[in-house]
Design a binder for this molecule. Sequence first.
Ligand SMILES: Cc1ncc(COP(=O)(O)O)c(C=O)c1O
Length: 378
Amino acid sequence: MSEASFVFGEKPITIESGDGVGLTGSRGKEYLDVGASYACAPLGHAHPAVTEAIREQAARLTYVQGSYPVRARTDLYDRLSALAPGDASKVWLCNSGTEANEAAIKFARHATGRSKVVSTMQAFHGRTMGSLACTWKDEYKEGYGPLAGDVEFVPYGDAAELAGAVDEETAAVILEPIQGEGGVNPAPEGYLADAREITEAAGAAMILDEIQTGIGRTGDLWACESEGVVPDVLTAAKGIANGLPMGATLVREWIAENPGNHGSTFSGGPVPCAAANATLETVVEEDLPGHAREVGAFFRAELEALAEETNAIRDVRGRGLMVGVEVKRGANAILRDLAIEHGVLALPAGRTVVRFLPPLTVEEADCERVVEALGKAL
Ligand SMILES: Cc1ncc(COP(=O)(O)O)c(C=O)c1O
């Protein structure tokens, strides 16, 4: 650990290398990374196709200013456009989730000429001023104000409350299809479709934040596909380039034709684009959403069996390989025990939820190991 950093909460484990779902610590200890390092390694660590794409691109051209088209970026525009839900197929690239949402809010405000944004309680959309304003938890906001204003919060999953908040001044509604940080809370059936109708009727943009749910994690390439909902704006990031910084804001034509003047120096750098092309190609060719659906169902069934056995689990929820286990005592102590005693690296989602976002390549045997370790930790 370094004394030179501040703010960031480091863990007492130094990681030297990774391979698939596994990570190796500095003293040779092996870990199972079933948080996929904040969901940034959907193909697992050091995936050969991504490593090779990075190596090849870096050797040829690491960066050129964005005003000159380069092959890796053009290919990624085309690939994302083809994979986009419905006609939300115009692409803007950036470097992180918060930036993708920041752009989404700016584009929606510009295209509608309105300012109000409706977000939801327990939502997490990022930590820059606009995204942070749409994030629920005060802890992340204290002392940083004033944030970008005109944001109203409604209870997640309640279509009537949403309808009551959206009016002719609303530029956008921003939603996660399954709230991640907020506790792994799946939207009730029909909620996204209701939100689609409500926003359409008011002339407001529907922004779906698929930064955690996207790229196959929930069993579909995009979580909104399971409800047949096409948003006006979809944001993606985290695992899109399997660990390199990359975010994307996908928009419908009515937004793309009136986006204002937005940009970023590193928007679509060739190396992250090459990594994203290799990642998306692998996700599609190997049908990793299908794998996530199957292994996720197995994993949740095993966790539910554990819940019956131990009486220490309040709820098992999620979809595909986005899984939350609500425990009856603090999640942090369990996560520490899982990591230090059992070599299993998972994530918190609030105080009482242990969150699993494993690489989409995870196998049933890995899940069995995790469930066994969780049983011991509980
Ligand atoms: C749903 C969601 N939106 C936005 C973000 C912010 O992404 P980033 O940390 O890349 O800025 C996150 C990160 O956890 C997230 O889970």
